[in-house]
Design a protein around this ligand. Sequence first.
Ligand SMILES: C[S@@+](CC[C@H](N)C(=O)[O-])C[C@H]1O[C@@H](n2cnc3c(N)ncnc32)[C@H](O)[C@@H]1O
Length: 167
Amino acid sequence: MAQLHQVHAFWSKKCDKIDFKTAKVLVELGPGTGVFTIEMLKRALPDAKLFVIELNDNFFKLLTEKIKDPRVILLNQSADQLDVILKEHGVSHVDAILSSLPLAVIPDQTKKKILIKSYEALKCGGIYVQYQYSLTSKKLIKMCFPKMKISFTTINLPPAFIYTGTK
Ligand SMILES: C[S@@+](CC[C@H](N)C(=O)[O-])C[C@H]1O[C@@H](n2cnc3c(N)ncnc32)[C@H](O)[C@@H]1O
């Protein structure tokens, strides 16, 4: 129960910037076991779309079994294909992107591509939220999202930095 409370508290901290009342297209990068996917679906509009992009085959399989929501477009691809994915689905811009990607261990070129494509995919005023356990990617995130804020939360274990970039 305490753990569930922790997930919810971290979730609120991570996502309180997203306006779920108006967002029509949302993207989640690196959902893993889908903890945040489920929380996003609780708040998203009935006619919203949520693109969920997970590279790992095992997590992808788990998510296909766990998430049965018609608003979700679940893809077993790399986040650096975001532009191609959105184009294939006829989406020009998205309202918000939530990323749990482990940027610290993703190769530099791929990481750069992901951040640039995320910025390009957002509508004007759209937001990119990323949590990380270190500040190693701060410079790159700031380069791609000049309007960026960092907060630190100890609600999560281990404590995490939450980057919020606005286009
Ligand atoms: C820290 S985990 C996410 C944890 C998740 N919040 C949870 O509670 O289960 C990061 C995820 O990013 C995925 N990932 C790593 N590189 C990726 C990439 N290039 N594209 C999409 N997903 C990727 C990993 O497979 C992993 O599932």
